[in-house]
Design a protein around this ligand. Structure first.
Ligand SMILES: [Zn+2]
Length: 153
């Protein structure tokens, strides 16, 4: 288990557009394992690579583990291909902005493509908490934080 140091708002890596992953190698596998360890230790429901100082298009999500129903998901080079026209406002927090909560509007579902650790492509559609979390983490890959897109509560 390797928990990596979190980066916090004000760190330039959180405002950068992350680079696509091109090498599906042992370093990527280590990064992903460490990201899950770091997310669960934080404790959080999602973590993007820039939040541990790596400007790569990778994020992990698990919206169920805090309720005892783990559902770990990994997204490498994700692209949102469709989303609902309808948006819903909800409360979000971010591991990189401690002790604050924001009201953020998100689509109620998203469809996306992504790759796994082996570079194999996948497609899927997500709703509810998973859609919110995926949008939040996907924003991190484009240098967007909820302090920019949301309203401080
Ligand atoms: Zn965040």
């Amino acid at each position: 288990m390797a928990v990596r140091a979190l980066r916090f708002e004000g760190d330039p890596v959180l405002l950068a557009v992350a680079a696509p992953v091109t090498a599906f190698d042992a370093d990527l596998a280590t990064l992903v394992r460490d990201m899950f360890d770091t997310m669960y230790a934080a404790p959080g429901r999602g973590l993007a690579a820039p939040q541990v100082g790596v400007s790569s298009r990778v994020f992990v999500v698990d919206t169920g583990w805090k309720e005892g129903e783990p559902a770990p998901l990994l997204f490498v080079n994700p692209k949102i291909t469709a989303q609902s026209d309808e948006q819903a406002r909800g409360t979000e927090a971010c591991l990189s902005i401690p002790d604050k909560a924001y009201t953020v509007a998100r689509p109620t579902w998203v469809a996306l493509t992504w790759q796994d650790l082996d570079g194999v492509s996948h497609t899927g559609r997500f709703d509810g908490a998973q859609a919110i979390c995926i949008c939040h983490e996907h924003d991190h890959l484009d240098g967007r934080l909820i302090s920019q897109t949301g309203v401080l509560q």
